[in-house]
Design a protein around this ligand. Structure first.
Ligand code: MTE
Ligand code: MO
Length: 196
């Protein structure tokens, strides 16, 4: 299995401004984990693509596996170093659908009703994965079972847990926290916490 270490781990200013190190991931979500039956689980790729597609849990296991090691930065100011994830790289999606070249952003959809928007260049990046393992085990329910997105270069609210799909957008629009004042991009080194 290929291992990707996020380039953020090698920055001279590794800890973004206004953050402190924490040795664990703190559980933060709007509604707690949903009940999951893997035989019923579906992952949808839709929006500005040639042909929308729905993957089953078995389909997801067939995608090439990759390991990601990356620091995790939460807007509530804790940062957890060297978190280890296993899953599939976002570029696997490009093998399944043709994405419209005018796409500006994605909306990630989750089973708890959560959504978050991510600019397309931050989504299709070298260190962005959909993960089903955390530190060598299936992702615990509270941390996003069965599948979560991990976007190391942005604040953790962009790393949607319990994902049910990705929608490609021709125009960016705000997700759950972005509608409530969080930043449309959310770069921790620019302290893009709030858009107000
Ligand atoms: N589906 C879903 N994903 C979510 C959230 C949520 O409420 N629902 N919260 C976000 C926020 S605000 C943070 S800080 C991280 C926290 O991840 P953790 O609970 O695994 O530490 O998950 C993000 N992903
Ligand atoms: Mo958060």
């Amino acid at each position: 299995m290929k291992t990707i270490v996020s380039p953020i781990n090698f920055r001279k200013d590794r800890l973004p401004p206004g953050q402190h190190w924490s040795n664990k991931l703190h559980i933060l979500d709007i509604a707690g984990p949903p009940d999951i039956d893997l035989s019923q689980y579906r992952f949808k790729i839709f929006g500005a693509v040639d042909k929308p597609i729905t993957l089953t849990w078995d389909d997801i296991q067939d995608l090439e596996k990759v390991r990601l090691i990356a620091d995790f930065h939460c807007v509530t100011r804790w940062s957890c170093p060297d978190v280890e994830w296993v899953g599939f790289h976002v570029n696997e999606l490009k093998k399944l659908v043709n994405v419209d070249k005018n796409v500006k952003a994605v909306m990630v959809h989750s089973l708890d009703g959560y959504t978050t928007n991510i600019p397309i260049e931050y989504f299709f990046d070298e260190d962005v994965v959909f993960a089903y393992q955390l530190n060598g085990r299936p992702i615990p329910a509270d941390h996003g079972y069965p599948l979560r997105l991990v976007v190391p270069k942005l604040y953790a609210w962009k790393s949607a847990k319990f994902v049910s799909g990705v929608e490609f957008l021709l125009e960016d629009k705000p997700g759950f926290w972005e509608q409530r004042g969080y930043h449309m991009r959310g770069d921790p080194w620019k302290e893009e916490r709030y858009s107000l």
